[in-house]
Design a protein around this ligand. Structure first.
Ligand code: ATP
Ligand code: MG
Length: 384
């Protein structure tokens, strides 16, 4: 059978207990949902008559249930407009892509509509969601992948067209919907993937008219007003940018568009300098464009209690106390395999300890996003 991503999703099925854990509800509530929604879940004995008839939930089933919960108004709305999140730190390997992916998946499991945008040519987030960035059609069919597995455009495609249409040079924008991926089915999170051509975006910025730092921000504003064919950001509750580890217009634009900047900090490293650089970048942006006021949130990653560096890092982070997430992500051998398996840990091992840590962090993000939404409109949003 042809697959749409490299994740061996047919092999990933959940029993009732794991399915309930993924959705953050009790097994009883899940049984009630199945009854009320009339959703059919396949039984194990369908393929093998000798096995017991337990339900086996697919990944797509889980996200369908999550969205059904939202339709039933069992999911607390955070804000009437999407919360934009940039996961950023100018330091490699701190856990940006991992955090963007696990957070995006977890928010979707809780019933929120999520758009993830890969801003890194390395395409780690794209791979975590099941795609090989530079795959050709021939290679795809060799791997039994259908054309959904092919990347046909990136955020560079979207922004380049947008900038050209704004400058009056370009023709009308093409439909963005065709390049958006849905790795876990139509009810799961959406992804604007990355490939080699994402690199063109930096170049395109140099031709941009107007304020080059606010291109993403303006794009989102126009998108919410229905002026970007195939992309209406107001259909999403969260937009999550995975930023590259280098200094770039893309990262700056993501920060300028963001309500929340999440900075993952490796607790087993020397990363405080990167943090102070990020803070001055945020402050500089806010000075130049007063409507830009993202809140900074620091997420300690690679946490371990028995490394001396960790306690020194903890001391240094006290300077950023008010921005520090109360929950941390432990160092875990389970993460490095997620890329190879083309599947986030949350979906691979729903009951693993680090997944629980990302769940707690997700709940913290939700609480902060809720507070941001209640701030006076003049701070968070400009008049449309
Ligand atoms: N908490 C963790 N414990 C152990 N390994 C982790 C943890 N978080 C992420 N990793 C692993 O560390 C590596 C780097 O993580 P990731 O790609 O998320 O970082 P990044 O900041 O996005 O890197 P880059 O700067 O290259 O984009 C990956 O192999 C990932 O699986
Ligand atoms: Mg990354």
């Amino acid at each position: 059978m042809m697959r749409s991503t490299f994740a061996l999703q047919d092999d990933v099925v959940y029993r009732l207990k794991a399915a309930a854990a993924l959705l953050n509800i009790s097994e009883n509530t899940l049984r009630n949902h199945l009854r009320d929604s009339g959703m059919e879940i396949q039984r194990a004995n369908k393929k093998n008559p000798a096995s017991p008839a337990v339900r086996l939930f697919s990944i797509a089933d889980i996200f369908r249930l999550a969205q059904w919960r939202r339709e039933q108004e069992l999911v607390k709305r955070v804000s009437s407009s999407p919360t934009i999140i940039a996961v950023d730190l100018i330091k490699g390997g701190v856990g940006k892509s991992t955090t963007a992916g696990e957070l995006g998946v977890q928010l979707s499991l809780l019933g929120y509509r999520v758009l993830m945008i890969d801003l890194d040519v390395q395409s780690n987030l794209t791979q975590l969601m099941g795609y090989e960035s530079d795959l050709t059609m021939d290679e795809a069919s060799q791997h039994d992948l259908n054309e959904d597995g092919i990347i046909t455009g990136t955020f560079s495609t979207v922004c380049t067209q947008y900038m050209e249409s704004k400058s009056g040079r370009g023709t009308r924008m093409e439909n963005v919907a065709t390049l958006i991926k849905r790795p876990f089915g139509i009810h799961g999170p959406a992804l604007i993937p990355s490939d080699t051509f994402l690199g063109d975006l930096e170049q395109a910025f140099t031709y941009a008219k107007g304020n080059r730092e606010l291109v993403f921000r303006n794009l989102f504003k126009d998108s919410a007003a229905g002026q970007v064919p195939g992309l209406n950001v107001s259909e999403f509750d969260f937009v999550i940018f995975d930023c590259p580890p280098s200094i770039s217009f893309s990262s700056t634009n993501a920060i300028a568009a963001a309500d929340l900047v999440i900075a993952p900090i490796r607790m087993d490293s020397f990363a405080v300098k990167g943090l102070s650089r990020l803070v001055s970048e945020i402050n500089g942006l806010a000075e130049r464009s007063p409507e830009v006021r993202p809140q900074l949130m620091i997420l300690p990653t690679h946490y371990s209690t028995n490394i001396t560096r960790v306690s020194r890092m903890q001391q240094q982070l006290q300077a950023y106390k008010t921005n520090l997430s109360p929950t941390v992500i432990s160092s875990s051998e389970l993460f490095p395999k997620t890329q190879e398996n083309y599947l986030p840990l949350t979906l691979q091992q729903p009951t693993a300890a680090p997944v629980g840590e990302y769940r707690l962090f997700t709940e913290f993000v939700l609480s902060v996003a809720g507070k941001l939404a209640r701030k006076p409109a003049s701070v968070n949003k400009e008049a449309a």
